[in-house]
Design a protein around this ligand. Structure first.
Ligand SMILES: Cc1ncc(C[n+]2csc(CCOP(=O)(O)OP(=O)(O)O)c2C)c(N)n1
Length: 609
């Protein structure tokens, strides 16, 4: 069946039996490809039927489908003309693992960060209404993403808007881990009703009354609405805030999905369709371990075992050290925004269940909660990926730093992160955190330094950011590990011809560069900056006044980070006007699949001629 599909128009031609066959073949194709390339397997296996049904009923690109987070878009890509390209998904030469408007007009909006889809859908619907157009706008959002504040703000606005939009709530009871929170409790109650399946026959009858021309239908929208009302559980949250609630419906039953989508199309107000799906559907190993298979590297289909043995990474080192520190200090609490495993907090959650809080995909709330706890004598530690810290910027400023509260903000996945691409790179955190008064910013050169920095942060009694990259240590083995002292850099190697300064991951690159220069008889001084704030002006001024040449390396945007800091020092001191500086970091653009290693290779080629 898949062979026959070259675009969405081919899907529409299939009968139900053929669509079921197509779903089977797509699952197989996704499983095969992701077992080789890695990717978001479980979420994608869960929405195969839903995506087929959506493309059977709606017409993209006129109709707009916005995929929340966007990690569940594989079937959509396969059905919308990218079947062959899918083989190279998440690779440098291939297509992206998330919606990309530049890749296809069938992707109407870029996503990657959670909980944006309802806002965007409402925006498109309002624009459509102003332009007096008629297309449909659909947001597909998971129960995890629905825990995000932005989604709830959008529901609030959309519900009262009377705009025609459809929110498809893809409820698989899972965020990355088991979903949490009050909304999840509400959904559990709704799930138990299984309302749509019970009344499916009634609905089918209702729809069968709809003549093709639709005249009856247009006139009887009100009647249909009344009919739908009968199907509604009284006093239901979504109804109360202005949505027509349809469902729950079995998200693996294409026939039922199509009938409910058809019905929703006739309603002129906001509709929420509650779709029940299973993460990992059709691949038993993923069904049983949906969190492990949420995002996975290449694996063996037979056993489900990943091909690369997972080496120790910064998140794990952080989590292990935090457990040790928390054993000695019962003020330490840990907060995660739905990323217990990704940020290394699983052991902490098991060891200190009453001091661990998973708040859902709610970075803003996570930091607000931390502020409250810090004000009440606790020491909150909040590991969040760099790109998701962007969500909580005001909380860091207003709730934490302005009141000088002792919150330890661990910025995981700082720098370039690889195959997840532009939305997930931690490209900006050094620059945007650097602006904030009262904040101390550190970054470790290796695992051991991370452990020391964490201990230092617990003792500091002020807001602290510790940033570290995805994955493991660099090859470089550092022998020197001075104690951490507030605002003090570490001179790793003395030299007289040039100063090379790195921070965090790029310290290893600085050492490597110095070695190559040594082969060319250039004697470099290597400095591990350690702190971005307070910055060790004294040590650095002394070094560059001696060498007269400085190279800075950072895996952060080149604007406003380490290099900028040193340029400001040079510019503000007349005695330093003769110093040459070259700064290397991430270009002022949204980065693609490049890695720091790619960038550094070019830097070496340029410098070590
Ligand atoms: C702002 C933000 N925080 C965290 C994440 C990391 N993240 C990616 S998917 C996901 C869980 C999404 O769950 P759900 O919406 O239910 O989708 P499912 O994968 O279960 O289909 C999380 C926490 C993110 N993408 N964006």
């Amino acid at each position: 069946m898949l062979e026959k599909i070259n675009g969405v128009e081919d899907v529409k031609k299939l009968d139900l039996k053929q669509k079921k066959q197509l779903a089977k073949e797509i699952r197989k194709y996704i499983l095969q490809t992701i077992s080789e390339n890695g990717g978001h397997l479980a979420s994608n296996l869960g929405v195969v039927e839903l995506t087929i049904a959506l493309h059977s009923i709606y017409n993209v690109p006129e109709d707009k489908i916005i995929w929340d987070v966007g990690h569940q878009i594989y079937t959509h890509k396969i059905l919308t003309g990218r079947k062959e390209e899918f083989k190279k998904i998440r690779t440098k030469e291939g297509i992206a693992g998330f919606p990309k408007t530049c890749e296809s007009e069938m992707d109407c909006f870029n996503t990657g960060h959670s909980s944006t889809s309802i806002s965007v859908a409402l925006g498109m619907a309002r624009a459509r209404d102003i332009r007096k157009e008629k297309n449909n706008v659909i947001a597909v959002i998971g129960d995890g993403a629905l825990t995000g504040g932005m989604a709830l703000e959008a529901l609030n606005d959309a519900g009262s808007s009377k705009s025609k939009i459809t929110v498809i709530l893809n409820d698989n009871e899972m965020s990355i881990s088991k979903n949490v929170g009050g909304i999840n409790m509400l959904l559990s109650k709704l799930r138990a009703k299984k309302l749509y399946s019970r009344t499916n026959i009634k609905l089918k009858k209702l729809i069968s009354k709809i003549p093709k021309v639709g005249a009856f239908l247009v006139k009887s929208v009100q009647r249909i609405k009344r009919g739908i009302k009968q199907l509604i559980i009284p006093k239901m949250y979504f109804e109360d805030i202005g949505f027509t609630y349809l469902g729950p419906v079995d998200g693996h039953d294409i026939e039922k999905l199509e009938s409910i989508l058809k019905l929703s199309k006739q309603i002129e107000n906001p509709v929420l369709i509650h779709v029940l799906t299973k993460k990992g559907k059709g691949y038993k190993i993923a069904e049983e371990n949906p969190d492990k298979f949420h995002a996975i590297g290449a694996f063996d289909v037979e056993t489900g075992k990943t091909k690369k043995q997972k080496a120790k990474d910064y998140s794990e080192i952080f989590g292990d050290k935090l457990v040790k520190l928390a054993e000695k200090n019962n003020k330490i609490v840990a907060i995660t925004a739905a990323m217990k495993d990704g940020t290394g907090l699983r052991k902490f959650s098991q060891r200190f269940s009453t001091r661990f809080f998973d708040v859902g995909i709610a970075e803003q709330h996570a930091l607000g909660l931390a502020a409250g706890m810090a004000k009440s004598e606790m020491i909150p530690v909040v590991p969040i990926y760099s790109s998701f810290y962007q969500r909580a910027y005001d909380q860091v400023i207003h709730d934490i730093c302005m009141q000088n509260l002792h919150v330890i903000m661990c910025v995981d996945r700082a720098g370039l992160v690889g195959a997840d691409g532009e939305t997930h790179h931690g490209a900006f955190d050094m620059s945007f955190f650097k602006l904030i008064p009262n904040l101390t910013i550190l970054s470790p050169k290796d695992f051991k330094e991370l452990e020391k920095m964490l201990k230092f942060a617990v003792d500091l009694k002020k807001p602290v950011v510790i940033r570290y990259p995805r994955g493991g240590e660099a090859k470089e083995e550092f022998k020197k590990h001075e104690e951490i002292e507030l605002g003090k850099a570490e001179i790793l190697q003395e030299g007289k011809d040039i100063t090379i300064i790195g921070i965090g991951k790029t310290v290893a690159s600085a050492v490597e560069l110095a070695k190559e220069l040594k082969d060319r008889k250039i004697n470099a001084e290597v400095i591990n900056s350690r702190f971005l704030k307070p910055f060790d002006k004294e040590t650095i001024k002394k070094s560059i006044s001696k060498t007269k040449k400085v190279i800075t390396l950072e895996d952060n945007t080149i604007i406003g980070g380490l290099g900028s800091e040193i340029k400001e020092i040079i510019a503000s001191d007349n005695a330093m006007h003769d110093i040459e500086i070259e700064s290397y970091g991430l270009e002022d653009k949204f980065m693609g699949y490049e890695t720091w290693e790619d960038i550094f290779k070019k830097v070496k080629e340029k410098i070590v001629k």
